[in-house]
Design a protein around this ligand. Structure first.
Ligand SMILES: Nc1ncnc2c1ncn2[C@@H]1O[C@H](COP(=O)(O)OS(=O)(=O)O)[C@@H](OP(=O)(O)O)[C@H]1O
Length: 406
């Protein structure tokens, strides 16, 4: 039998063993805790933690990147819906991470938003307030990874009119937590119809139950095929038309073209086929778009009047909250957007949002909205007003609303 070692020899030989066991125990505990944490996160209960998973969000679903979303099979078919509390949290998160309006595709919408503070001008979807959105917790990404919400075809579309105030209306509406809209103009029903409804749906942002998907493309109102095509998508689609005095609308349209091509002829010479005879050139799109009654006839062949809402472009500037009240009612939304969301910016000369979607700072629409118009010869204006008067009257009759342009 081996003689017993000196005192303390046994504990010394057992020490590496117990340290080993302890280390193993620690390792097991750590991996157990990590797995628990991962599991916890996947169940989306660690929403306040911004970690590498949250960093995956990138541009967000509103960019409509193909392949990101799982298309719902039917118009209102929903994927797995979260429980009420879960949904509420997702809504809060979605609000916190909603991006600024993405880069508009329509040239008229470029620089749709600008910072109120000079020098801080941010391109849409770019820096500025957008960067604060990027810093916000982005656990909505988890919702995305977990396939929460789904892309839906729009239930409501702002179909026109060009230069009516459509961008202002859409950006005001996006403040509503139950409205989710694609920022860019999809131009699906006029230019890209052959791409199919799945393509169109994929452009849309994800929505949760109870949220409305919207888009705006002002050229739809004057596109012959658009009413039948939208009706074929869904005859329940709600249609919003922002209308504005057709004379100022035409000048606004001309001003936009002039800003891109300064060498075009004067407004007066484009307006008349024969100026001395006062013959108006109705083939010029700037004139034609303003014959609202004629365009409306096409829509009424496919939609009942009650499915159309006519927003006054003038009132949208004078009393945005009042007009937004009507729009929210029409869309079946709670009246959340009120007076307190707007302020009048004297420099801009327009109402602006105190807190637009995805930004804590006040914002006005950008420089392409609210451009100064050139002076137009008063005689030409008078003739143009005479030209539009009967069409305006017809339009008032058809809509049951006097817009007061005459
Ligand atoms: N709040 C606010 N801020 C700035 N501009 C406003 C606002 N509300 C309405 N408007 C009017 O919107 C006009 C542009 O209309 P649209 O957005 O429909 O133009 S576009 O068709 O999308 O190019 C634009 O026309 P112009 O003034 O001729 O530039 C504005 O008069």
């Amino acid at each position: 039998m081996a003689p017993p070692g000196p005192a303390g020899a046994l504990p010394t030989s057992a020490e590496p063993l117990s340290r080993n066991i302890f280390r193993k125990f620690l390792l097991t505990l750590c991996s157990l805790l990590t797995s628990l944490y991962v599991f916890y996160c996947l169940a989306e209960r660690c929403h306040s933690l911004s970690g590498p998973v949250a960093g995956l969000s990138g541009g967000g679903e509103e960019a409509g990147a193909p392949g990101r979303g799982v298309l719902a099979a039917g118009r209102r078919e929903l994927t797995r819906w979260p429980a009420a509390a879960h949904r509420k949290r997702l809504l809060q998160l979605q609000r916190a991470r909603r991006p600024r309006p993405p880069v508009p595709r329509d040239p008229g919408d470029v620089a749709a938003w600008e910072e109120e503070t000079p020098g801080l001008a941010a391109s849409p979807g770019g820096s500025g307030a957008g960067s604060s959105v990027a810093e916000a917790p982005t656990p909505g990404t988890l919702a995305l990874l977990l396939d929460e919400g789904s892309k839906q075809l729009p239930q409501a579309i702002i179909i026109g009119v060009k230069k009516g105030g459509t961008r202002a209306l859409l950006e005001f509406l996006r403040v509503h937590p139950d409205v989710r809209a694609v920022g860019a103009e999809p131009h699906f029903f006029d230019r890209s119809y052959d791409k199919g409804l799945a393509w169109y749906r994929d452009l849309m942002p994800r929505t949760l139950d109870g949220q409305i998907t919207m888009e705006k493309t002002p050229s739809y109102f004057v596109t012959r095929e658009a009413p039948a095509r939208i009706s074929a998508m869904s005859k329940d689609t709600k249609l919003i038309v922002v209308v504005r005095d057709p004379v100022t609308r035409a000048i606004s349209d001309y001003t936009q073209t002039l800003s891109k091509r300064p060498d075009i002829p004067s407004f007066e010479s484009l307006t008349f086929k024969n100026r001395s005879a006062g013959l108006i050139d109705t083939s010029w799109s700037a004139i034609q778009i303003g014959i609202y009654a004629k365009h409306l006839e096409h829509w009424l062949r496919h939609f009942p009047l009650r499915q159309l809402l006519f927003v006054s472009g003038e009132r949208l500037i004078r009393d945005p909250a009042g007009e937004l009240g009507r729009v929210q009612d029409f869309l079946g939304l709670k009246r959340i957007i009120t007076d307190k969301h707007f302020y009048f910016n004297k420099t801009k000369g327009f109402p602006c949002l105190k807190k637009p979607e995805g930004s804590p700072k006040p914002h006005c629409l950008g420089k392409t909205k609210g451009r100064p118009h050139p002076d137009i010869d008063s005689e030409a204006l008078r003739r143009l007003r005479d030209f539009y008067r009967p069409f305006n009257r017809k339009f008032y009759q058809m809509t049951g609303h006097d817009f007061g342009w005459d």
